[in-house]
Design a protein around this ligand. Structure first.
Ligand SMILES: [Zn+2]
Ligand SMILES: [Zn+2]
Length: 189
C-alpha cells in the first residue's frame, strides 16, 4: 500500500507528500488552461479524466513536502502573467499550481483522477465551454475556503512556508514561459 497522500512521478525519481492533516478543497477543474498544462507535458501519465477535468487539492504550500528528487522540479507558465504550473522535469508529471509569488500562500496539488485520501470532491469548476454537460458546482465555497486559508496563514504564527519559493521570494526554479504558438498547439480542441 502506498503511503496516504504520497505521490510519485511516472518515472519514479520524484516523490512528494501532502500532510495527512492538511485541510483543503478537493475539486475538479475543467478549464482550458489546466488542460493546456496537461497537454504540454503530455507524458502519458493520464492526469485528466475522460471529460478533460483535472483533480486538484487546494491547500497551503506549507503542507506540501518533497521527499525525493526535488532537483528534478521544473515549472512552466502558459503566458508571461500565468500562474506557476510545477511538474517533474524528469518525466513531465504534473505536480501542482501556485501563484507567481509566495505572498499569498496557495497551492493546488494535481492529483491523478480517482485518488483516494482527500475526501469527497466538493466542486466542479470551469465546466462552461469545455465540459458543458457537467454542472458547475461549489465555486463560491471553494473560493471562500481559499481566502479563509490564506488569511489564516497570513496571521502572525500562520503557516507561510512554501517549498516552491526561496528566501528571496523567487521561485526555486526559473519558470519556462510558453510562447503563444506552443500554448495554442497544446490547447484542448
Ligand atoms: Zn519523473
Ligand atoms: Zn483549471
Amino acid at each position: 500500500m502506498p503511503e496516504p497522500r504520497t505521490h510519485t512521478c511516472t518515472c519514479g525519481q520524484m516523490t512528494w507528500r501532502i500532510a495527512e492533516k492538511a485541510k483543503g478543497t478537493h475539486l475538479v477543474c475543467y478549464c482550458a488552461d489546466c488542460q493546456t498544462y496537461a497537454n504540454t507535458l503530455d507524458n502519458g501519465a493520464c492526469r485528466v479524466d475522460s471529460d478533460g477535468g483535472t483533480e486538484i487539492f487546494q491547500t497551503l504550500p506549507a503542507h506540501f513536502t518533497f521527499l525525493a528528487g526535488k532537483n528534478h522540479l521544473a515549472v512552466l507558465r502558459l503566458g508571461p502573467k500565468g500562474i506557476l504550473r510545477w511538474y517533474a522535469g524528469c518525466c513531465g508529471t504534473p505536480v501542482a499550481n501556485t501563484l507567481p509569488g509566495p505572498g499569498l500562500p496557495f497551492v493546488g496539488a494535481v492529483l491523478p483522477p480517482g485518488t483516494d485520501g482527500y475526501g469527497p470532491i466538493t466542486a466542479f469548476i470551469s465546466t462552461v465551454g469545455t465540459a458543458p454537460h457537467i454542472k458547475e458546482t461549489g465555486v463560491l465555497a471553494a473560493q471562500l475556503s481559499i481566502i479563509g486559508r490564506i488569511l489564516r496563514a497570513c496571521l502572525p504564527g500562520g503557516k507561510r512556508a512554501s517549498p516552491f519559493f526561496g528566501p528571496d521570494k523567487a521561485p526555486v526554479v526559473t519558470p519556462r514561459v510558453l510562447s503563444k504558438r506552443e500554448r495554442n498547439a497544446a490547447r484542448p480542441g
